[in-house]
Design a protein around this ligand. Structure first.
Ligand SMILES: Nc1ncnc2c1ncn2[C@@H]1O[C@H](COP(=O)(O)OP(=O)(O)O)[C@@H](O)[C@H]1O
Ligand SMILES: [Mg+2]
Length: 368
């Protein structure tokens, strides 16, 4: 039995052990209202769940067991509305991933610029705002998503109608899959382009992603054969380019942008990472890798600047500890920056999808 406060109630919900509810996502982004009036509790939760009566009883019983003094638990379950998120209508995507509204590549010219860090934090930020999100670690030579999401379990498999399917892992409110979960992480992976794209294809077709607003792909760095094959394998809504501000990284970011242009994948914007460092003792700002590079290539190549992320040891620590910054330190200034980037990103997806549907209408109009 615990003292009844808002935070003990949230904690209790975190420990709810149910096969029907993803408790991580429940406490992260699904509690819409929590009011405590003496011993009356009013809760509103939004969930993606088919059998909401059973879920409702399960939650009420759980809370009443933890807090026997509670008089009333008034629980409302609303279905999680993801209608805010627009859909990329595309025959090729719908054929492989019918339940997925948008497929997004996170790419960079160079490695080590923070692509995986951005992919993980963007995915969790979108989930915090209520979207359902999946993340595919497509960096098959250097998978880092299991480490960054703090989960290294073997995915469960089951026999579906015609094939064996995998269930993606879940962490911090998002689903994910990585080659790192399937192979020994000490052995190097030696794959040629077609094998790499085969593995990514399988991550699309043989994993039960369910309904998702976004499926995000953390691509390998560079613009070689393998990247090109992958970009042509995944039916993409659009790509986000990650770069650091200095010229040596921008050169390769430009190449990545051009590669997507060549295969007609829209660029949704550029994220500049490691933009500056604020010294914690003096508050002074240091532009360690220069400044303004991200904005510069956006102007040059006519794309949107989604934002700049400072260097912060807590971002690195969060990555190594499997606790993304936006999840682990929700009130940090860097978290607000990452949340703003994710909202700008959503805007760009919506603009892209409405432009695309205008195009379809124009084409249909042309037929008359
Ligand atoms: N803004 C940042 N502040 C501090 N450390 C960062 C930041 N962005 C990335 N890192 C760290 O830099 C390293 C490389 O980042 P990573 O996301 O793995 O790059 P990539 O996927 O592009 O190779 C990781 O250790 C990561 O934690
Ligand atoms: Mg990476």
């Amino acid at each position: 039995m615990f003292e009844i406060t808002k935070s003990t109630i949230v904690n209790s919900l975190k420990n709810l052990n149910s096969s029907r509810i993803n408790t991580n996502s429940l406490t992260l982004n699904s509690i819409k209202k929590l009011e405590l009036n003496n011993l009356d509790l009013s809760l509103e939760i939004s969930l993606n769940s088919a059998d909401s009566t059973e879920v409702k009883n399960e939650i009420i019983n759980h809370l009443k067991k933890d807090f026997i003094e509670l008089k009333n638990v008034n629980l409302e379950i609303s279905s999680k509305s993801t209608s805010k998120v627009s859909t990329h209508k595309d025959a090729r995507k719908d054929a492989v991933l019918p339940g997925v509204k948008n497929t997004i590549a996170i790419a960079s010219g160079k490695g080590g610029v923070g692509k995986s860090t951005v992919a993980v934090n963007l995915a969790v930020a979108l989930a915090k705002d209520g979207a359902s999100v999946g993340l595919i670690d497509a960096d098959i030579y250097g998978p880092s998503i299991p480490l960054m999401l703090g989960s290294n379990d073997k995915p469960k498999v089951y026999q579906a109608e015609n094939s064996v399917k995998m269930i993606p892992l879940e962490s911090h409110g998002i689903k994910f899959m990585s080659i790192g979960l399937l192979v020994d992480d000490k052995a190097p992976i030696i794959w040629r382009g077609p094998m790499a794209s085969g593995a990514i294809k399988q991550f699309m077709t043989d994993v039960n992603w369910g309904e998702l607003d976004y499926l995000i792909f953390d691509l390998p760095p560079g613009t070689g054969d393998i990247q090109l094959t992958l970009v042509q394998t995944i039916p993409l809504t659009g790509a986000v380019i990650v770069t650091t501000p200095q010229e040596v990284s921008l050169i390769d970011a430009r190449k990545a942008l051009k590669m997507f242009e060549r295969v007609n994948v829209p660029i949704l914007g550029v994220v500049e990472n490691m933009s500056y460092f604020i010294a914690p003792d003096t508050g002074n700002r240091y532009n360690i890798f220069g400044s303004g590079g991200g904005e510069k290539i956006c102007k040059e190549l006519n794309t949107t600047f989604l934002g700049g992320i400072p260097i912060d040891p807590r971002i690195r620590e969060g990555g190594d500890a499997g606790m993304p910054m936006v999840y682990g330190i929700p009130d940090a200034n860097e978290t607000s920056i990452l949340m703003d980037i994710s909202r700008k990103f959503t805007e760009q997806v919506n603009i892209r999808n409405s432009n695309a549907s205008d195009k379809i209408e124009i084409l249909l109009g042309d037929q008359d």
